[in-house]
Design a protein around this ligand. Structure first.
Ligand code: ATP
Ligand code: MG
Length: 160
C-alpha cells in the first residue's frame, strides 16, 4: 500500500509525545509535502517503535530525540538520533544481531531480549531497505534506515 510517510512517521512520534514524561524533548525535521512510499504499516511501525523505545530506554538523562525524514534519490531515509549512553565503535554494528546487548551489566537492569533491532533489520531488508547505526560512547546514538520509494512489496514482507 502507498503510504504518506510524513503523516505516518509523524503519527508515531505524536503517540510517543503523548505517553512520555517531560524528561524528553522530541524534535522533527520533515519535508513540507507528502511523500508516498509502498510499505507495510504494521511492520514499519514496529521498526520505528523499537528504535524510538531504544532511544528513550538508553538515554537515562533524557535529552532531545531528533527524528528526520528525507528523500534521497530513489529512497527515503529515516533517522532517529538520541543523546544517551551510546555504544562503543567496536560494538555498534553488532546491535542488529539476534540477542546481542551492548553492555550486559547495564542493559540487564533495563530489561529486554536483544531482539528488537534484529527484527527491525529483517523487516527493513524485506522492504528492500538498509539499516545501520553510528554512535559515540556517552554522547549518543543515531540509527538510520532507508526504504525504496518505487517498489512493489514482495512476498517476503508478508512472510515475516
Ligand atoms: P528488546 O528486545 O526489548 O528491544 P534490547 O533493547 O536490548 O531488547 P535491541 O533493541 O535489539 O535489544 O538493541 C540491542 C542492544 O543495542 C541493546 O541491548 C543496547 O545495548 C544497544 N542499543 C540499541 N539502541 C541503543 C541506543 N539508542 N543507545 C544505546 N544503546 C543502544
Ligand atoms: Mg530494543
Amino acid at each position: 500500500v502507498n503510504i504518506d510517510v510524513v503523516e505516518f512517521f509523524g503519527g508515531i512520534i505524536d503517540r510517543f509525545e503523548m505517553s512520555k514524561g517531560n524528561e524528553f524533548h522530541l524534535e522533527r525535521s520533515f519535508p513540507n509535502e507528502p511523500l508516498f512510499v509502498a510499505l507495510d504499516q504494521d511492520k514499519i511501525t514496529q521498526v520505528i517503535d523499537n528504535i524510538i523505545s531504544n532511544a528513550v530506554k538508553y538515554s537515562p538523562e533524557g535529552g532531545t530525540i531528533t527524528h528526520s525524514l528525507r528523500k534521497q534519490g530513489n529512497v527515503i531515509r529515516i533517522t532517529i538520533r538520541d543523546e544517551g549512553v551510546g555504544i562503543s565503535r567496536d560494538k555498534v554494528d553488532k546491535i542488529f544481531d539476534r540477542f546481542y546487548r551492548a553492555d550486559k551489566a547495564r542493559t540487564r537492569k533495563l530489561g529486554g531480549t536483544g531482539l528488537g533491532l534484529a527484527i527491525a533489520r529483517e523487516m527493513v531488508q524485506a522492504h528492500g531497505g538498509r539499516i545501520w547505526a553510528e554512535s559515540a560512547l556517552n554522547k549518543g546514538t543515531t540509527v538510520h534506515f532507508t526504504l525504496p520509494i518505487h517498489q512493489r512489496l514482495g512476498q517476503e514482507v508478508d512472510d515475516l
